[in-house]
Design a protein around this ligand. Structure first.
Ligand code: HEC
Length: 177
């Protein structure tokens, strides 16, 4: 019944859109793609944050978002987001360094042979050049340890780190209705 209602209103919406003009644009990009995993709700984000090991569980997501503004010109963080000057960072935690097929890494990063975790990222962001000589991330680094903590917490929450755990935790902590 509910499904029928949703379908009916979706149909009505598309009909009214179609009625908007003779030259209405063709349907948006119809290329078949795997649907991206659903974005986390605010409650799930809070649950992921709380489940992080210290000191990241004390991270300030808003400050992390602000610090990430310095990365955005080169990195996307959405599932399947494009590589720009730097590789897409969705799913970076637990991923082998330099592992995306479609991104052309420096030799140094491609052959670095480690897996990204909070600690590695902290060193990388503090000073990319000294952490891994020969890499091609032209970024001076985030010198402020709190900014690094917060941007790492922000990235854990935004790049799909253990969303399943977070969902379970969010459900467990949700007030009974
Ligand atoms: C000027 C562009 C630029 C900026 C700004 C920048 N990056 Fe990068 N980033 C790169 C490039 C280029 C690479 C690939 C380096 C290589 O192949 O040696 C990279 C690689 C990375 C990687 C490794 C990914 C992988 O798949 O192994 C991480 C993690 C990363 N950047 C995080 C960040 C974060 C977080 C910030 C902001 C605090 C940031 N970057 C800012 C250009 C940038």
């Amino acid at each position: 019944m509910r499904t029928a209602l949703i379908l009916a209103s979706a149909l009505a919406a598309s009909l009214s859109l179609a009625a908007c003009g003779e030259n209405s644009a063709p349907a948006a990009d119809a290329t078949p793609k795997a649907p991206p995993p659903p974005a986390l709700t605010e409650a799930e984000k809070v649950a992921v944050l709380a489940a992080l090991p210290a000191p990241y569980n004390a991270g300030d997501l808003e400050n992390g978002r602000r610090a990430f503004a310095r990365c955005r010109s080169c990195h996307t963080i959405t599932p399947g987001g494009p590589n720009m000057a730097g590789p897409n960072l969705y799913g970076v935690f637990g991923r082998q360094a330099g592992a995306l097929d479609k991104y052309s890494y420096s030799h140094a990063l491609r052959t670095a042979g480690f897996t990204w975790d909070a600690e590695k990222l902290d060193h990388w962001l503090e000073n990319p050049k000294t952490f891994l000589p020969g890499n091609k991330m032209t970024f001076a680094g985030l010198r402020d340890a709190t900014d690094r903590r917060d941007v790492i917490a922000f990235l854990k929450v935004e790049t799909g780190y253990a969303p399943e755990t977070a969902k379970a935790a969010a459900i467990a902590t949700a007030p009974a209705s």
